[in-house]
Write a protein that binds this ligand. Sequence first.
Ligand SMILES: [Fe+2]
Length: 266
Amino acid sequence: MQNTPTPSANASGADDPRCIPHKLTAPLPVGDQCPYPAYTAEEHEVWRSLYDRMEMLLPGRAADEFLTGLLALDLGKQRIPALAEVSRKLSRTTNWQIARTPGLLDAHDFFSYLARRIFPCTDYLRSRAELDYTPAPDCFHDIFGHTPMIMHPRFANFYQKIGQAAVNCPDPAVEEGLTRIYWFTVEFGLINNPGGPRIYGNGIISSAGETQHSLTDQVKKIAYRPEALAAQPYDIWHFQETLFVIESFDQLEQEFVRWARDHRLL
Ligand SMILES: [Fe+2]
């Protein structure tokens, strides 16, 4: 759920080893402890191709708040960013840090990091054959997709509270609702900006196809209420047919806190 797969029509990667969550037996390296991998020239090229494509698609589609975060992060498209460097920028802005994860994490491990304002992030990249689709998270999804929103103070607080609520959740039925709230906000959220509905969910933003699909009339758009999100099933293997629209990140956090308190999670 951290890094949900990038949805794509008729795709199936459920048996891919990248989709099997890791249960941690030791703490992850955080911030400056994250080593910079020996990426190949081809991997930097793939990063640039992914970045170039999204740079063309995002204006008029991505939320103003996402674009502000992306600009402030100054990730650069010539080389894959270093997790330690991104972590320092987050730390200065919203007091978040990045930990290097070997892949998908066990949900409890993942949420316990979020609860401490640490984002578990991959540092490997999809191959060129997977530009349009990867069955599991990679660093384009995690860095380009996730970290710009963590630069936003109110979103950053909301993201921590999701982690805290999940860690405190003893009831599988409530946990399923929380998973759906995570999916329809962090991964697939829309916001009403002054220019109209825009994307802030990184599951959309790290997928060119979903980015083009999400704002069309083929997608039913419903006003954000945590109760409605918690009751809405989702399909990870196809483009989303229903999305939820917040009015502001203040509303996102306030309404979530109300819902979480109603369920005694915060
Ligand atoms: Fe994700």
